[in-house]
Write a protein of this length. Structure first.
Length: 565
């Protein structure tokens, strides 16, 4: 063996596949020494680079901590659980919308995206340690129990939900079809009620109510931006055009959004090809990406009104803002949720998926509807460039949220509306607005027959007196007093019942249309009469000159606002 140097002949032998052994000679040439110095410098620089790169430091810390916990912790920790806790901890320091999805959660997410799963029909979020419902799907156990967005779930099967992560709450609510689950739900007024729901296959109807009123106003209720819903909207609009509607009311109240591409497709139903729907900007792209319509619009050119509320979010807001910036729609209702971030779901194989806010979006006019208070400052500061911030999309015509009356609250807690509708599903006692008094009278008689009474201080006092009188002999004078009290309570209940009748009728007609299947023009007319938001939207369409003037005024204000940003 040649001792000393690595020469060309040796290199050729090695390349030819011959077995060659090299030794480092004690005698090193000057050139060899220089090469060794270069290699040493590169190695040292590489080590320092690894130490200074925050990504490498983060990975090293996580690896070290995990190894020490698994090897030295007094309590045994399952490695899979530790990995999940670590992933959840990492996402918890980001914005409120990023999260780690464990394998079963990712499976549920995919099911809901497709619109079919087993459950009770709600979507939840955690805010300040409380479980809040932000969406209820129509024709589901939750909807039939009149659970509504904004309600809080305080316990499941008697176990408190305080401080629990949303993923844990979801797991507690999950179960096989046919199995019951008991929820304690608090409404906006703070009154709690217990409801027993039976889990079943939830086939989310994306467009649960579609029809035309007797006066020719078309109506579409849209519950979620699931896969294919943009194309379905286009087909529904074309079908409605056959009946030559005078305008369209598109109801997006409670719509939490969904797939961004579906919002772009849906916007193309009403906007010309090539119209900007939104712009996305994120760290990875380093620049703004425009999303534009790519299909020819429908032939529908009549007045268009969108109805929104505080639960209208995400893709819904992108869709509405695109139409509004283009001067194509008037918006009725209340300010939308204000979610200006776009999440990308990244599968992790058998480990689930990461739902990460990767971009923020701006409307075609350059506004971001996201509330900056809903996103952590350190996350926002990583994105370059200034984007005007907002707190949801304001409505052109604001309609106050209806107050919950005493009788309405009592009937909701008793589940009276859904029970009444179930009892009368075969023979509905009304056909439209003109039968509203008949419907109210039927509801009042049914409440009396099942013993539902107004819970009020007067009723509680009356109950106490009855207990007292039943425990001892009463005089005729006390009997007379009892009769007077009962008559006073009856009249008071009738007065309150009449005072709140529009709220009753709104709930009855809404639930009737959601469960009836086929939409009768008279019944849809009744819903628009007693629903405050829809009544305003209908009136705008039925008064084309007023609609035109308000649309022009809205666009003038919009231009001034965007120029001032």
């Amino acid at each position: 063996m040649a001792s000393g140097r690595f020469n060309v002949a040796d290199a050729e032998k090695s390349a030819a596949g011959e077995s060659t052994v090299f030794e480092v000679s004690r005698v090193v040439t000057l050139r060899g020494l220089l090469w060794l110095m270069v290699i040493a410098v590169l190695l040292v620089a590489g080590i320092w680079w690894l130490r200074d790169d925050p990504r490498q430091r983060t990975a090293a810390v996580l690896t070290a901590v995990s190894r020490l916990i698994l090897e030295r912790a007094a309590v045994h920790v399952d490695p899979a659980f530790l990995a999940q806790a670590g992933a959840e901890g990492l996402t918890s320091v980001l914005d409120p919308y990023s999260s780690y999805l464990a394998p079963d959660e990712y499976e549920s997410f995919l099911e809901q995206t497709e619109g079919v799963y087993v459950g009770i029909g709600v979507e939840i979020a955690t805010r300040d340690g409380q479980t809040v419902i932000y969406n209820v799907f129509p024709q589901t156990p939750a909807a039939e129990a009149f659970i509504r967005p904004g309600d809080r779930i305080t316990s499941i099967n008697g176990e408190s939900t305080a401080g629990l992560r949303a993923s844990v709450v979801v797991q507690k609510m999950k179960g096989p079809a046919g199995a019951p689950v008991t929820l304690t739900v608090e409404g906006p007024g703070g009154r709690a009620r217990s409801v027993v729901l039976t889990r079943r296959k939830v086939d989310v109807e994306v467009f649960p109510v579609v029809g035309i009123t007797q006066s020719g106003v078309a109506y579409i209720r849209w519950s979620q931006f699931t896969a294919g819903s943009g194309d379905r909207l286009a087909a529904i609009v074309e079908d409605l055009l056959v009946d030559r509607p005078i305008g369209l009311v598109l109801d997006l109240r409670g719509n939490p959004g969904g797939i961004l591409d579906e919002a772009v497709t849906a916007a193309g139903v009403f906007l010309p090809t090539g119209a900007i729907v939104c712009r996305l900007s994120g760290r990875r792209s380093g620049r703004s990406t425009e999303f534009v319509t790519t299909t020819p619009p429908s032939s529908f050119q009549r007045p268009l009104v969108v109805v929104q509320d505080a639960s209208t979010a995400s893709a819904s807001e992108i869709f509405i803002a695109a139409l509004h910036d283009a001067g194509r729609v008037l918006v009725v209702g209340r300010t939308s949720f204000g979610k200006g971030w776009v999440q990308t779901v990244m599968p992790l194989g058998e480990m689930g998926a990461l739902r990460l806010s990767t971009d923020r979006y701006t409307t075609p006019a350059g506004l971001n509807v996201g509330d900056p208070l809903r996103a952590r400052r350190q996350y926002d500061s990583t994105l370059d460039g200034y984007v005007p911030q907002g707190a949801g999309l304001p409505a052109d015509v604001t309609v106050p949220d209806p107050d919950l009356g005493k009788w309405e609250e009592t009937l909701l807690q008793a589940g009276a509306f859904s029970d009444f509708i179930a009892v009368n599903s075969d023979e509905w006692p009304a056909a439209g607005v003109e039968d509203s008094l008949v419907l109210l009278d039927e509801l009042r008689q049914w409440c009396d027959s099942v013993g539902i009474h107004l819970e009020s201080p007067g009723r509680q006092l009356m109950d106490q007196l009855v207990v007292k009188w039943n425990a001892q002999a009463v005089s005729s004078r006390e009997d007379s007093l009892k009769d007077l009290l009962e008559e006073a309570l009856r009249r008071d209940g009738e007065l309150l019942f009449a005072r709140e009748h529009r709220g009753f009728l709104r709930r009855l007609w809404e639930e009737r249309l959601l469960t009836a299947g086929d939409v009768d023009p008279g019944e849809l007319e009744a819903l628009m009469e007693f629903d405050p938001d829809l009544a305003v939207a209908r009136d705008l369409i039925e008064q084309p000159e007023r609609y035109r003037l308000m649309l022009e005024s809205s666009q003038a204000k919009h231009v001034v606002t965007t120029q001032a940003q």
